[in-house]
Design a protein around this ligand. Structure first.
Ligand code: HMG
Ligand code: MG
Length: 304
């Protein structure tokens, strides 16, 4: 192990979207803005701000347009948002985003519950999103959810997730983020999945989006890292979950990932102390104790 570690890893922060979408109590726009500002101040370089989805499906993110309009990020920062359809794309374009993310699930039941579509219908819908977005000069990322397991169907055939990934890349998505939506993945399964994907797809086209529901997200990230994955999604303080995936609590905490990577000599561009501050803001914004380990324990400095 640890023979092919990189100098730098790219972290894609999802807390304002994957985190806040799952909060039951309404969170005021100003509080969301405080979280976004704190994340940007910590050096986050890629940030998923919100979703341009139906406000009836995800009321918490109904203020997406206003939130994006109010964000000012330093040059070089990529801001993105989820877009399920052409209407979402138009909203994203109107507020000046340069990147969006389409999403679907590898399992039919979760896809239906999350987007009211079959997998084929979702991919058809993306034909109305990805080409126009590329023409408008935007970049498009994609998610495939339930790759490690589905809350409704159980095991998911990895070959199915790979075939969907290849269709998304062929459509023009620059990267596909593979979701362990309900945090059921274990390291050996992650190794098999990464080996399967990396045999067919260049490593920079793959990201891992790991939920830490059962405490295995960091172990799975380490397996991906060792096999050549360089892009990881995470959420400050471990905020996160999908409202249409029962039990999908908590993304991989960004502080935990950054602590591990920095400790291994791998740069992220993020200031860990400032990130821990952003985690405190996340806790204040949500009004509840958040699960991230480094968030709770703090960082560690050797004493002289
Ligand atoms: P639908 O009800 O089938 O949509 O929902 P529709 O096209 O029939 O439209 C119904 C109404 O919604 C219409 O309004 C549309 O205008 C409106 P009405 O005429 O009735 O007043 N509408 C919209 N409004 C604003 N923005 C839009 C939009 N689209 C339609 N973009 C739809 C289909 C896909 C819209 C719906 O199912 C939806 O919004 N789903 C989103 C669910 C969601 O956000 N889930 C969480 C994110 S996924 C996730 O968390 C997993 C991930 O983290 C990876 C992982 O962990 O694995 C990404
Ligand atoms: Mg997620």
């Amino acid at each position: 192990m640890f023979e092919s570690l990189p100098d730098k890893v790219s972290i894609y922060e999802v807390s304002p979207r994957d985190g806040l979408q799952n909060e039951a109590a309404p969170i005021p726009l100003a509080a969301k803005q405080r979280l976004v500002d704190a994340l940007l101040a910590a050096g986050i370089e890629r940030l998923e701000l919100t979703s341009f989805v139906s406000p009836r499906w995800v009321p918490q993110l109904a203020d997406a347009d206003e939130l994006v309009r109010g964000v000012s990020a330093r040059p070089g920062v990529t801001l993105s948002a989820l877009c399920p359809n052409a209407k979402g794309f138009e909203r994203a374009r109107a507020v000046g985003l340069h990147e969006i993310a389409v999403f679907l699930s590898a399992s039919e039941t979760h896809n239906k519950k999350n987007t009211n579509k079959t997998v084929d219908q979702s991919i058809d819908t993306f034909s109305d999103v990805v080409p126009p977005a590329l023409e408008a000069g935007m970049r498009v990322r994609a998610y495939v959810s339930t790759v490690w397991g589905c809350p409704y169907e159980g095991d998911v055939d990895p070959a199915r997730s790979l075939a969907i990934t290849q269709r998304l890349l062929a459509l023009g998505c620059y990267q596909v983020s593979l979701g362990d939506t309900i945090g059921v993945g274990t390291p050996l399964q992650t190794r098999r999945l990464c080996q399967l994907f990396l045999a067919e797809v260049p490593a920079d086209k793959i990201a891992l989006h790991l939920h830490d529901t059962r405490g295995t997200a960091l172990a799975n990230a380490l397996v991906g890292l060792e096999l050549g994955v360089r892009d990881f999604d995470s959420s400050v303080a471990g905020l996160g979950g999908c409202p249409y995936a029962p039990g999908a609590a908590g993304n991989l905490a960004t502080e935990d990932l950054v602590f591990m990577l920095h400790g291994m000599g791998i740069a992220t561009g993020i200031d860990l102390e400032a990130l821990i501050e952003a985690g405190r803001v996340a806790e204040a914004v949500t009004g509840r104790r958040l699960p991230g380990k480094v968030h709770q324990a703090g960082s560690f400095k050797l004493r002289g």
